[in-house]
Structure formats: C-alpha cells, structure tokens
Design a protein. Structure first.
Length: 492
C-alpha cells in the first residue's frame, strides 16, 4: 500500500499534468443547472443537465466508469461510456481523476438496467483537484479524537454527523422564528468586557492594548440584556457564545452557545409555558419525534419523553424526598454533615455558603434521578442573586432538568435596585471569604436598575445541550464543529 506522501506526490503529478495541458484545476467559472437533490426530485429521462459535486466512489468496468458524487444536497451516480464520450476524454478521466476530486459534468439523465438513476456524461472537467485521499469510505473516521480534530472529514464521510449539523442549524433557525412570533427583538451584546457578570465562573483574561486595560471574555449574556431592557424594549433575545475558563467533560465546554431572552410584563409561568412549547415544537418539527434515547448524567442510557405535561417540583421537596433532610429547617451543622456524607471536601466545607452546599446536596442526591422534563423551582436565594427573592429565602426561579442535566435557567427577574445591590455586595463578601462560586459586583448593572427596569421574566439555555438531546449524542463536543482539543504535540 502506498504511503500518504506517495499518494500526495502522485496526485500532485496529476495536478501538474492538468496545468501542462492548459487546464486550471481550480477554475472560478463553475456552473450547474440543478442541485443533485433537484435532479432526484425532478428526474426526467434524457433531460440535459450540468451537475457538480465531489467524487465519493469510483469504479470501472472496461469501457465503462461509474462514480458517485456528492454536492452537499444528495449523492448521485455518474456514468462514463467510452463510446459516448470518446477515447480521449475517457482515458484522460482515468489518468487524472481521483476519489475526493470535485468535478463538473454535462450529460443527459437515464436509468441503468439495474434501475439506478444516473447521468450519462458527455463532457467533464475537474473544478478542484485534491492532494490527500479521503478516509476509507465504509469506515470513515473511527478515532473520536480525529473526528473532533478533522470535523470536515467526519461530516463528509459520516452522513449522521452531516445531518446532525443540519439539525443544529434548523434548531437555531426555528428558535428565532418562535421568538420573533412572540415579538422578541434579537440583539447583540459584547463578548469582550471590562468585567464578568451574570454568572459564577472563572474567566478568560486578555488585554486591550489601545486602552491599556484588562478585559475578559463574557461568561453570561444576562447583565447586558437586562441593561438593554432598561432602555425601553419590551422583549429581547440573543444567541451567542459564552466562555468559562473551567474544566470540561461530556456535559461542559469552555466555549458554548447560549440563548437568553427577557420579556417585560410577563411572569415565570409565561416563561415555563413558552419554554415547554418551544422545546416540544423543536422536537416535533425539526427532528420529527418526541421520544429520545440519551446518556444521562450518571452515564446510563435512558429514554426520555418530551410529550405530555411537564412536571414542576420544588428544590427543597426533592432534597427532603431523597435525603430525609428538610432544607427549610436545617441548621448549618445539618447542611455541612449531609454535604460531607455525600462526598464534599471536608477541607473546603467551612468556606462554602449554605446555598452552594444545598446545591451540592441536590446534585448528588436528586438531580440524576430526574429523567423526563421537570421544572425544579424555588432554589436557594443565595444561588440566584439576580432573581426575585421570596420571603422563605428561596428565589422565584426554575430550572428545566432532563436526564439529570440542567437545560434551562428561568427567573422572575429582580428589579429592585436596593435589594440587588445588597445581594451583589453579599456575593462579593462571600468571595472574599473564600467561596469561589460567587458573582462579582457590577456597578453599571446596578446603576441601570436604579434608572428603572420593567417587571420581567428571563430565560437562559445552552444550545449545545439541547442539540445533544435532540440528536441523542452523549457528548456536547459531538454537537459543535470545532470543539477545543489539545495540540497534537501536547497530547502526552
């Protein structure tokens, strides 16, 4: 078997042969009469067509050559007959064309004796000569790391991967359609920020030379979107990238795509109803089904059903049900003891707030047991300092949990500037005391709130997580074109 370098050299010689004959192997004047999908849908015997695509397979039988080519819409068969196209064009095709090359063919449509719709080629030309061979057709890329590093080959050789990213695009498009019908306005907020806010996360840091100031990549869309709401817009949304300089696993990435929206004069019930309707619509209209088999948070495969009415249950009720401890009456000692029992680091437990310890208890005892869509409501108020605070110490919030994973965050948004300032100052104090799971104080955000914000509800959802569910993928990396991977020279 020839080595990669030998194959590249042979293909380079074929490229040179084309150029020596005055043929540009990368012409600009490419044209076609039909996409391959249109040809299949509107197939008509003897119809003259001009088609383009990439050769995915090639085989010969004496004076006949058969090839399958793909244009991004469909795969179709081309047939070269020496007695039709002539010796010179037939032989030259054999000399210079390889699997992976892009070609333009002219000819008429016909059906083979085996019933295969095809184009009988009367003329052809290469429109992009390739120098590297494609992965073996039937096996594609088997190494998962190679799939992530060379996604372009993965989607080219694996039709399921190719379709996944079409589904992702349709999901995002449908989300926009749904929100636009609800009279939301799409906006853009800055990725480069002088201060991170809106979430509790480590940042990526950089420096703006022109202003000689340190900057960070945003970790959330929230603060800026709510500041926009202070300007009088009744409903806004953004689909954009967030960046968190933290660990990664099958359910977390340092770079991820978020949808956030805010709607004035609506409450949390409206939020939950829209969320349920939106996700059900995406499943039914984009994917065409409501039941999915996915790998849950505990690494077991589970079957989820998005149909039917989604349950709503309180955070404290779940902890009580699964641990026997009622957070409403629990002392600090009770909370610490339960956290240690469930595996919390004994060296860190004294530095962590009650709310964050309760969140740990919930995740360890309860979250993984939730399979079908469930809105968990009334989280501890200290965990949600940007939401309305209830008198019982909980926040007017909900999270959608599916198969043990958090899919959405939904708030009745806090708009009282005095309370907001106090809560953010408390967060800053907790951070100073060693609790890393806290939020920075944002003066600009508080100032905008002092000018007045309307009553509103807000929503945040990871697009990648939703797509993973709808495409039944176990790893978020499977849902993005370019997941972060270590350089090859740093693998060990």
């Amino acid at each position: 078997m020839a080595s990669l370098e030998e194959i590249k050299q042979t293909r380079l010689e074929k490229k040179n042969k084309l150029e020596q004959k005055g043929i540009n192997p990368y012409p600009a004047d490419v044209d076609f009469s039909h996409s391959l999908k249109e040809v299949i849908e509107k197939f008509e015997e003897n119809l003259e067509v001009k088609l383009v695509g990439r050769i995915m397979s090639l085989r010969g039988q004496g004076a006949l050559l058969f090839f399958n080519f793909f244009d991004g819409t469909e795969t179709f068969q081309g047939v070269l007959k020496k007695d039709i196209i002539g010796d010179d064009k037939f032989d030259f095709f054999e000399e210079v064309v390889d699997i992976g090359d892009f070609i333009e063919v002219s000819g008429k449509l016909f059906t083979t004796k085996r019933g295969q719709q095809s184009v009988e080629v009367s003329d052809w030309r290469i429109i992009s000569k390739t120098l590297r061979p494609l992965p073996e057709k039937w096996h594609g890329l088997q190494d998962i790391e190679q799939k992530y590093r060379k996604r372009y080959l993965d989607v080219l050789m694996d039709s399921d991967s190719f379709k996944l990213f079409q589904i992702r695009a349709k999901v995002v498009s449908k989300i926009r359609e749904i929100l636009n019908e609800e009279d939301f306005m799409e906006v853009e907020t800055p990725i480069l920020q002088s201060q991170a806010s809106g979430a509790m996360a480590e940042t990526f840091k950089t420096h703006l030379n022109d202003y000689d100031m340190d900057m960070v990549l945003r970790i959330s869309l929230e603060a800026e979107l709510k500041i926009i709401m202070a300007g009088g817009y009744p409903a806004v949304y953004e689909i954009g990238k967030n960046f968190r300089n933290e660990g990664s696993d099958s359910t977390h990435m340092q770079e991820f795509t978020m949808l956030e929206w805010y709607k004035a004069y609506k409450d949390l019930n409206y939020n939950l109803e829209l969320t349920e309707r939106m996700i059900k619509t995406l499943a039914a209209e984009v994917v065409g089904k409501m039941q999915f088999k996915i790998v849950g948070a505990d690494e077991r495969e589970v079957e989820i059903d998005l149909d039917g009415e989604w349950k709503r249950v309180k955070f404290n009720d779940l902890i009580l049900e699964n641990t026997g401890m009622n957070p409403e009456g629990a002392s600090r000692d009770d909370i610490e003891a339960k956290s240690l029992e469930l595996g919390f680091d004994k060296n860190e437990v004294k530095n962590i707030s009650d709310g964050n310890l309760l969140d740990f208890i919930f995740k360890k005892s309860s979250r993984n047991k939730i399979i079908n869509p469930t809105f968990v409501t009334h989280y501890p108020g200290t965990l949600k300092p940007l939401a309305i605070q209830n008198e019982d110490g909980t926040a007017e919030v909900a999270q959608l949990i599916i198969a043990g994973a958090e899919i959405t965050n939904q708030y009745a948004e806090l708009i009282d500037p005095v309370v907001q300032k106090e809560l953010l100052e408390k967060q800053a104090q907790l951070k100073a005391e060693g609790d890393k799971e806290t939020m920075d104080y944002n003066n600009e955000f508080v100032e905008a709130m002092e000018y007045g914000m309307p009553p509103m509800t807000g929503f945040g959802m990871g697009i990648d997580r939703l797509v993973a569910i709808l495409t039944e993928k176990p790893n978020l990396r499977d849902t993005v074109f370019f997941p972060i991977v270590k350089p090859v020279d740093r693998q060990n």
